[in-house]
Design a protein around this ligand. Structure first.
Ligand code: 2AM
Length: 177
């Protein structure tokens, strides 16, 4: 079994800009720059043969290259799988279409998906024991976040391995548009 998801990686210069904001909140476990991404579809634990089918089906999940801007910050609450602090993504039709195609690839490969609404975001930190007022203050201080636009011309299929220091992601396959 391998835990898989597809995502748009955040380019290094944009991630660097974000990393300057990743401070000043006790209880935040900040994600490293190389782990920052926008999930397209989360597949969960997938068996070897299904993973092979999914890898092949994803070659059909393409859109023309497009631009994205990160905008605003927010936090998911306790109903999320874990409490997370994130940067938002300005509305993007191509991103939504691409995410839909990544989900469709799963259905063709026989991989079951959660029926959660798609809410594109970049998780900046997972929160453990952070005080609500400090989380609120951090969000107030960063809610004008707006990145320069960046070009998206690929996405990746990633494996996620849970380690003591948080999830570690490895790029299994890259799909260029
Ligand atoms: P998150 O950043 O909001 O935690 C790898 O875990 C990626 O898949 C993360 O971006 C994570 O979102 C996303 N994801 C979506 N659904 C998930 C789930 N049920 N469990 C773990 N990660 C999930």
């Amino acid at each position: 079994m391998v835990r898989l998801f597809t995502a748009v990686p955040i380019p290094f210069d944009i991630a660097e800009g974000l990393s300057r904001r990743q401070r000043g909140l006790p209880g935040a476990r900040w994600r490293p720059a190389e782990a920052l991404h926008i999930t397209l579809a989360f597949y969960g634990d997938v068996t070897g043969p299904c993973a092979d089918d999914l890898t092949a089906e994803l070659t059909r999940a393409r859109v023309d290259p497009f631009e994205l801007t990160l905008e605003g910050v927010g936090a998911f609450g306790e109903d999320h799988r874990s409490r997370a602090l994130w940067a938002g993504v300005a509305a993007s039709e191509p991103l939504d279409i691409l995410a839909g195609r990544c989900r469709a690839a799963a259905l063709r490969a026989g991989v079951a998906l959660e029926s959660r609404d798609y809410r594109p975001h970049v998780t900046l930190a997972y929160l453990r024991g952070a005080q609500d007022d400090r989380v609120g203050a951090w969000m107030t201080g960063h809610n004008l976040l707006k990145s320069p636009p960046f070009r998206v011309d690929r996405f990746g299929l990633y494996a996620s391995v849970l380690t003591g220091a948080g999830s570690h992601y490895t790029l299994e396959r890259e799909y260029l548009f």
